[in-house]
Design a protein around this ligand. Structure first.
Ligand code: ADP
Length: 434
């Protein structure tokens, strides 16, 4: 799939760049050609002006003394004047003998053109200007004539042809370079897209895999219930409880998936307001004190009072819940959990420390990845799908903060969160933790 996208990108890139290149080169060539021909035309007009005056004073009829056919004639041809009657009859050429009658007759068809033009005669290029004039003969009669001012432009055409081929070669080389650069750039541009796509694929397949287990349990238990339609709810309380528990687990999983999916598509907005962080932590510690007692855990706090941050209260509560919940889940009976919250410059530092099972060094860099579970059996038994820390990571990122974990296997784990005291409103999509 990515090969095809890359090919298409390169193709579109090459077409667009080629069009731009051709356009620029065409302008360059056209402009140069206009400049060169313009210069020749200006000189033709000036020659025409002299010719007109010469015709009137008849001086033009005097051939130039050293003019005459030379080999190669056209390459060194001076400006030649072809004089035609108003009926199109050839009168004479000045200097004489420059063109044979066959050659000068080829110019006849261009008589009376109002602008200078280029024509080819016997394989040579000429720039020609037709000048209508009126000549008074000694007997007083006025004759209409046309003087064609003819200039050989072989050299100019040759130079223009060289320029044209250079431009064409430049376009060709440019095309190859654009294609090469396109391939390289498209390859590079596709790397993050490919990674994001693979991440998304993994996310979908992991999510489906996680959903399959509770669904299979629910289906199995329901089938058991259906086998004994005469049993009372009391008799089947165990199966019903399992179904309920799996449905609850599934609901939690779907909620987490939805949060991450919305975060990915930037659909989650933070409801930003001033939040009393110490208040949230206090209410959660009250809640967890009972739970810790039940699990024979010692819970202690060091909370600086009246710490305010700008953020989303619900999301910050969710973040703390995830960290507290993990500390309780992964700390065996007899262990302790320590929570602290302090100001640190323009930020607030929250630490949740436990003396639990710890995280293996190879697992530590991945704990914020989606569906990553260190000890799968333990995590699943605890009802975890490996999404809690990914959500925590997103919440911290959305608040422009930082979250990190440090741990020693068998000794304990510490999660540290740094939140700036001022936060803007838009949620950021979670980046590296996937
Ligand atoms: P889960 O729902 O599996 O707990 P999390 O994303 O919250 O998913 O955590 C990912 C993994 O990180 C867990 O499976 C566990 O291996 C590890 N982990 C998280 N918190 C702790 C902790 N306090 N102590 C030990 N391991 C932890």
């Amino acid at each position: 799939m990515f090969k095809r996208i890359r090919f298409r990108l390169v193709l579109v890139n090459t077409i667009v760049f080629s069009a731009i290149l051709v356009f620029i080169c065409a302008i360059l060539y056209g402009f140069t050609r206009e400049q060169v021909l313009g210069r020749i035309d200006r000189s033709l007009y000036s020659s025409a002006h002299s010719a007109e005056r010469g015709m009137i004073s008849r001086s033009l009829y005097r051939p130039e003394p050293d003019a005459g056919p030379a080999a190669p004639r056209f390459g060194q041809l001076p400006t030649t004047y072809l004089v035609w009657s108003d009926r199109g009859t050839f009168i004479e050429q000045v200097p004489i003998g420059q063109f044979t009658s066959v050659e000068y007759n080829l110019f006849r068809k261009h008589l009376n053109l109002t602008r200078p033009f280029t024509t080819a005669v016997q394989g040579h290029s000429f720039r020609v200007l037709d000048v209508p004039i009126r000549v008074e003969t000694p007997d007083g009669a006025v004759h209409g004539m046309t003087v064609q001012v003819v200039r050989n432009i072989d050299e100019t055409q040759h130079e223009l042809a060289i320029l044209f081929w250079i431009i064409l070669a430049t376009i060709g080389v440019g095309l190859f370079m654009v294609m090469g650069a396109g391939l390289f750039l498209a390859g590079r541009a596709l790397v993050p897209i490919r990674k994001a796509w693979e991440r998304q694929q993994n996310f979908v397949s992991d999510a489906s895999h996680e959903l399959r287990t509770p669904l299979a349990v629910i289906q199995g238990q329901s089938e058991l219930l259906l086998r004994h339609p005469d049993h009372t709810v009391e008799e089947e309380a165990g199966n019903v409880a399992t179904i309920y528990e799996e449905a609850r687990r599934m609901r939690k999983l779907v909620d987490s998936l939805l949060t991450l999916a919305r975060a990915d598509s930037n659909q989650l907005e933070l409801n930003v307001q001033t939040v009393q962080l110490s208040g949230i932590l206090q209410s959660l510690t009250d809640m967890f004190t009972l739970l810790s007692e039940q699990r024979d855990l010692s819970l202690s706090f060091d909370l600086e009072p009246a710490i305010d941050v700008t953020g989303d209260e619900d999301r910050l509560r969710q973040l703390m819940l995830i960290l507290f919940d993990n500390a309780v889940k992964y700390t065996p009976a007899g262990g302790s959990i320590f929570v602290s919250c302090h100001r640190k410059g323009n930020a607030v530092e929250i630490e949740v420390r436990d003396t639990g099972v710890g995280i293996a060094p190879q697992d530590l860099p991945h704990v914020f990845d989606r569906f990553y579970r260190g000890d799968k059996a333990r995590s699943r038994a605890n009802g975890g799908a490996g999404l809690g820390l990914a959500i925590a990571h997103w919440i911290v990122q959305a608040h422009h903060g930082k979250i990190s974990a440090s741990s020693t296997l068998g000794v304990g784990t510490k999660f540290q969160v740094l939140l700036p005291t001022r936060t803007t409103g838009r949620a950021q999509s979670p980046s590296p933790a996937n």
